[in-house]
Design a protein around this ligand. Structure first.
Ligand code: B12
Length: 215
């Protein structure tokens, strides 16, 4: 099967909320030896973004949003583990999570996998992570970088809380804070005093590399 057809099948599976088709398309991508990141970023991501836009315009509702997310996750379960793990001798430890009140994890999981693939030791705290937990876990694990994902305008404020908390406790210089997720921008990162904003997993890795020896 051609790569174009595989990508089209991945895209359509999400748009049709079809988990079975998503699994089949992911298997086809694997058989075709497609780079798993290409399958994810060019196949799955554009469709879930289209779904988000339809949801915003109220052309679809929460049940459809959830079905599309399920289809996406079914394909990711197969594709994410195929992103090769980095060589031993991790570059640095990154503590990552989705901020408090936010359960969106798809982008954060892609970033985690890509960081691991690039030799980072990743401590993934999951979703709905309290500000203090990012900081406690970063200290406990000797991390140089804290990554905070937020997908909603109501939750990006928690990214600022992380920076402010570190500053108030005198620990700001110890950790680079990277932010990402749908509504975050470079301007936002600058405004809150974060060290960078990654628009995708490749940029997330570049930023983590930049700060892997500290700020
Ligand atoms: C899938 C989805 C869901 C799924 C999530 C499933 C899951 N397990 O993750 C479900 C159905 C559960 C869901 C629920 C809700 N959702 Co929703 N959801 C989406 C959707 C369609 C896609 C998100 C996604 O996965 N994108 C794909 C990934 C790959 O992109 P990404 O997350 O941006 O990540 C990339 C980059 O940003 C970056 N990155 C991400 N994190 C990080 C971190 C760091 C450190 C770095 C450097 C980089 C980085 O790299 C990633 C890889 O390329 C978006 C629409 C959109 N366009 O974002 C709405 C969206 C985020 N949801 C929205 C809403 C409103 C909700 C609900 C409140 C709906 C409701 N009424 O209940 C709930 C919220 C629940 C909660 N408390 O969190 C709104 C938010 C609006 C806003 N601006 O505030 C959006 C924007 C839809 C819309 N247009 O209205 N949602």
């Amino acid at each position: 099967m051609s790569n174009e057809k595989v990508l089209k099948d991945l895209q359509n599976a999400i748009l049709k909320y079809d988990s079975e088709a998503a699994v089949n398309a992911a298997k086809a991508a694997i058989s075709a030896k497609m780079d798993p990141l290409v399958a994810i970023e060019k196949g799955l991501v554009p469709s879930i973004e289209q779904i988000g836009a339809k949801f915003e315009k109220m052309e679809i509702y929460l049940p459809e949003l959830m079905l599309a997310a399920d289809a996406m996750k079914s394909a990711l379960v197969l594709l994410l583990p195929l992103i090769p793990k980095g060589a031993k001798g991790a570059k640095a430890t990154v503590v990552i999570g989705t901020v408090q009140g936010d359960v969106h994890e798809i982008g954060k999981n892609i970033v985690s996998s890509m960081l691991m693939a690039n030799g980072f030791n990743v401590v993934d705290l999951g979703v709905d992570v309290k500000t203090i937990n990012f900081i406690d876990e970063a200290k406990k694990n000797g991390a140089k970088v804290i990554g905070a994902s937020a997908l909603m305008s109501s939750t990006i404020g928690s990214q600022k809380d992380i920076v402010d908390y570190l500053a108030a406790s005198g620990d700001r210089r110890k950790f680079a804070v990277l932010v990402g997720g749908g509504p975050t921008t470079k301007e936002w990162a600058k405004e809150i005093g974060a060290d960078g904003c990654g628009m995708d997993a490749i940029e997330a890795v570049k930023l983590a590399e930049k700060f892997s020896k500290g700020r």
